[in-house]
Design a protein around this ligand. Sequence first.
Ligand SMILES: *Cc1c(COP(=O)(O)O)cnc(C)c1O
Length: 251
Amino acid sequence: MNDVSDEIAHNLRIIQARMQAACRRCGRDPHQVKLLAVSKTQPAAVVQAAVAAGQLFFGENRVLEARDKQDALPALGATMQWHLIGPLQRNKARMAAGLFQMIHSVDSLALAEALASHHDGASSLPVLMQVNIGREAQKRGVMAEEATALARSMALLPGIALCGLMAIPPQTATAEAARPYFQALAALARQIDAQAIAGITMRELSMGMSHDFEVAIEEGATWVRVGSALFGERLAAPGDLPSTNKGDNHV
Ligand SMILES: *Cc1c(COP(=O)(O)O)cnc(C)c1O
């Protein structure tokens, strides 16, 4: 594992430095931007190496894979968090509510209700609403014009706390080309916040991946979801969709 551990520690330091530089460029406090290490398809030992290098937050896109990985790891401390970033079926909501500290991919009231009814913690489960910001037929997420109504409905559910938006923009040739999508998601969050809906805030923006996280930070990201830049290229997992659907695989 040593070579792999060294490489992950090295990649982590580079990503952290790039995140800080992006914050400096746009005058943001680096503490406002958190790195979600996307460990999907990576074995538990790789997660452990990242933890050893100081990484605390991990993103998975399949519930069962995350459960198996959590089971395979020793107790890693209360500060570590697992976030679900992939599509969630309602019949796995109970399991997901028990495994994850945040769900980034809530895209329907039915799913929000299922998560709310299964969450039995003392505090509410933080969730983000996934928005189909590029209006792509093959992508999940609500359309921007539906977001405020869904936020109003979610605000009424005890058990979950809507705290922001998430998007997977269309694949673009350059990071710069993704900027308008990040701007649109940030603008939508401000628009929802302006409604002053009781019980919700739009303080979190989950946007930006390996190839465009710096641009996302410049546009207000509070969570960047970085996989391949940290862990190297992924091997295709069974059931993975073609790369145009990257990040939108079924659980
Ligand atoms: C896989 C995935 C990522 C990470 O993608 P990279 O390009 O490897 O950084 C981010 N977000 C979601 C939703 C994903 O499924």
